[in-house]
Design a protein around this ligand. Structure first.
Ligand SMILES: Nc1ncnc2c1ncn2[C@@H]1O[C@H](COP(=O)(O)OP(=O)(O)OP(=O)(O)O)[C@@H](O)[C@H]1O
Ligand SMILES: Cc1cn([C@H]2C[C@H](O)[C@@H](COP(=O)(O)O)O2)c(=O)[nH]c1=O
Length: 211
């Protein structure tokens, strides 16, 4: 496969989605329809339906392994329906979250165990690993404050509502993933103003894509 699979990762409120959209606007001028923008959980009708179940604040009784399996199920459908066909057509896939999110949130945040969640995701992905991952790093308090400040109360999902200790575990897991995978994961200081984060992201992407 000659396409490139690039993921955007980080704790809640890091600014990934904001930056991804701004960067995609600029890359679109160079890449046009050779690039697709997608997200997890979601990216197609079936996975978006699974997303709604996972993030619904009413689903307070959801078991942690059920949650992990639902993320993996949404991922499998996304992979088959969206990611693989795009890569097979030599496209650049920019994806908001992927397996690292499950390792950080379900493995560490929910305390299922990072290795167990990674192993379970192997079944879903057949081992497809991103060519490059951009990790948007912010302290937990900064990310949560951004969400609180900017997001409408009814747009805060089931995971946003978790306690500080949960988000601390997620953050530590991302730090560990970045340390253990230095060739794949590039860390970006996402506490900087948006324009700076966008410029740094664009620089790394252009370098990776030889543009
Ligand atoms: N660098 C930044 N400085 C200040 N505010 C920012 C910055 N980046 C994003 N924001 C704001 O923070 C909020 C969260 O941003 P965004 O939704 O992009 O984060 P996210 O990483 O995708 O979060 P989540 O994973 O929870 O969806 C938004 O209101 C956005 O405008
Ligand atoms: C893919 C994935 C996501 N999550 C969490 C992370 C966020 O809290 C939500 C997704 O919302 P976003 O606004 O689109 O970032 O889901 C997770 O826990 N595990 C995963 O695999």
């Amino acid at each position: 496969m000659a396409g490139k699979f690039i993921t955007f990762e980080g704790p809640d409120g890091a600014g990934k989605t904001t930056v991804l959209k701004l960067v995609a606007e600029q890359l679109n001028e160079i890449l046009g329809d050779q690039m697709i923008l997608t997200r997890e959980p979601g990216g197609n009708p079936i996975s978006e339906q699974i997303r709604n179940i996972i993030l619904d604040r009413k689903n307070t009784e959801m078991d942690v392994r059920t949650e992990a399996l639902l993320y993996a199920a949404a991922r499998r459908q996304h992979l088959v329906e969206t990611i693989l066909p795009a890569l097979q057509s030599d496209k650049i896939v920019l994806c908001d979250r992927y397996v690292d999110s499950s390792i950080a949130y379900q493995g560490a945040g929910r305390e299922i165990g990072e290795q167990e969640v990674a192993d379970m995701n192997l079944f879903a992905t057949g081992g497809l690993t991103p060519d490059l991952t951009l990790y948007f790093e912010v302290p937990v308090t900064v990310g949560l404050a951004r969400i609180k400040q900017h997001r409408a109360a009814d747009d805060v999902d089931r995971l946003d509502l978790e306690k500080q200790a949960f988000h601390d575990r997620v953050h530590s897991a991302y730090e560990k993933l970045a340390q253990e995978n230095p060739e794949r994961i590039r860390t970006i200081d996402a506490t900087q103003p948006v324009e700076k984060v966008v410029n740094e992201t664009l620089m790394i992407l252009k370098q990776a894509l030889n543009k």
